[in-house]
Design a protein around this ligand. Sequence first.
Ligand SMILES: [Zn+2]
Ligand SMILES: [Zn+2]
Length: 284
Amino acid sequence: MNQEILNKAEELINYTNGNICNHCLGRKFSDCVEGNGNEDRGIKIRESLNLEAYDGGCEICHDLFNFIEDDVLDLVNEKIALLKVEFDTFVVGCKLPKEIVEKDQEISDELDFDVEIIKKEVNREIGKLLEANLEQNVDFDGEDVLVMVDFRRILKEDIENPVKVRLQINPIFIEGRYRKLVRGIPQTKWPCTKCKGRGCEECNFTGKQYPESVEELLSETVLKHTNGYEAKFHGAGREDIDVRMLGTGRPFVLEIKEPKIRKIDLEKIAEEVAEVAEGKTEYL
Ligand SMILES: [Zn+2]
Ligand SMILES: [Zn+2]
């Protein structure tokens, strides 16, 4: 390690009164010191300066990286089990206390470091941890789930569970065409005009103007198989309730929000839908 780097490292360590973890030390030299990750860089720098091993109290991250090692995997596993969610790919996001983000930035500004911000390292470390311990992989295009880890409460005292994890499940889209064989079925769910969907005597407390729709005849079965939270039907164009739709049919996209199961047997579902909708609508 050249003298220029070592001088700069000493300057940084003095700036933090010696209270800087290996992650934060290594991160500031991630563009010029070889290493297997920032922590490894930090350890190498410390050794080159003949300093004692780090033992806690980082002024930049307040030892946030310990929470990743200690808590995050268990929290993610708990959430997966709770939601019974099945997925193949994920990306990681995080929320950090403002104090940490600002301190990290202040040091880069004051001491003239042009390196990655702490958030980027946190996301990467969580991604590495999860990839090593889960079956799923990080995939930046077309991820199934966003794992959002919230560290914003770690600086507060006496908090029982300072780290929170949320799984944001991305929707799936099913494309097709439909035919409407009979009149009097709206394309989408139509709230009761009297009660606006709350349920009243007029609508027999269903909240709906019409008992069924092109949307519902399809979506209820698909929701059941995907264990989704909600379905949204996007039909091409408007269509009068009192006309049929025959011929090649009308294109639609069915969006399933928060599907806990995304690998579905479309043929099997199509058979079931055909039974439910028999004589009313057809989905191709
Ligand atoms: Zn640190
Ligand atoms: Zn009503």
